[in-house]
Write a protein that binds this ligand. Sequence first.
Ligand code: LLP
Length: 436
Amino acid sequence: MDIDQTGPDPSVRELIAQRQALSMHARDGLLLEEVPLAAIADALGTPAWVYGAGTIRARLAQLRRAFAPTRVHYAVKANDHLAVLRLMAQGGAGADVVSEGEMRRALAAGIAPAHIVFSGTGKTRAELEAALAAGIGQINAESVAEIDMIAAAAALTGRTARIALRINPDVAAGTHDKISTGRAGDKFGIPWGEAAEVYARAATLARVEPVGLALHIGSQIVATAPYRAAWERLRALTLALRQAGHRVTRLDAGGGLGIAYRDETTVSPEALAGALGELLGDLDVETMIEPGRWLVAPAGVLLASVVLNKEDGAIVVIDAAMNDLARPAMYGAWHGIVPLDAATATRPAAPRMVVGPVCESSDIFARNRRLPPLPANSRVAILDAGAYGAVMSSVYNARPLAPIAMVDGAHWTTIRERQPVAAMWAGETIPEFLSG
Ligand code: LLP
């Protein structure tokens, strides 16, 4: 997913052809589902996010079908908008959350507490108490110290904590360094060699019920082999724990399923589900997965307008920036860029750099990207922005959070207004001693 990847980029036509949610209409331009994105840009201005409800629904249905009877817990961090969470609830997904805030969002959107898993390396005592009080279904514990905190929180709330031990299987996911989580030395999980001992100890604690194991080896994984290696360890550990007399009834096989941002060869959910079934299917356990990106990334775009061109169009400055979509600046991530206008999209392409207005040299969306001329005021969609897009936005450079629209078939509506400028400092005060 490298911004500097070599080899010819997919053309605008190819980018659209490879994405079920998108089509180019001669008169109406680029459509997400059946809605012309230009209409949304006209109404909301740019930058603006657009999510396709029909697309999210279809992807969740495909994933659940492929993995059944494995339960799907949507990783809320990928896109935590309440409307997205409501789609997950309606489509039969639970939630994987990593903070009290995410838990509250999932509950507010109608996801049943029993279908929420609380993951994360640094859950605080207050968060654990809140989770137990809310009756959430499972806590994925990542350390001995955390298990002790869970026991204390359970004693205080009078609830029994069902925990799964998140193990670190020491497997390289073959993904970007910053989103690899399952190697020895990564900050996540309990080293798999110590898991049996920790499990045994947890079983002795009052109001703590170890129900199984969990792992998550990384994100944007496009091969089956790392999953197989990790799940083999999960299997072996399950058998060893049972041998030692422990009950293991749940296995959380993680998230991380990658998508094709550019032209990556990916793993289909069906193929991955096959591997899961092969390795964990006969263990008589309840299996679960916690995908985020795969469900929502291709369902979202970020709309932007061209502010101006520099150097005869070699540099195109748009009004979206790294504070809106951080992935290119943060990981060198490649995102497709497509003009909203059909005629513009067919003009001869030339290499261009597409940049945002933020005062950082990393505020670049594309380098050496073959794109048609993009004159001032023309508009583009930045693709696959439905995951780790709006959730990672900041107000850096005092740029307000962009609005969000949701499309469903031929309809669309605003699901978040553009943040008013003064709202950016609404919580700030100028202290008394600075008066006058
Ligand atoms: N479960 C756990 C414990 C996780 O840490 C994550 C992601 C997921 C599930 C979901 O992974 P997914 O299916 O979405 O790959 N901001 C980065 C991605 C960070 C992922 C962090 N953990 C990006 O924009 O690529």
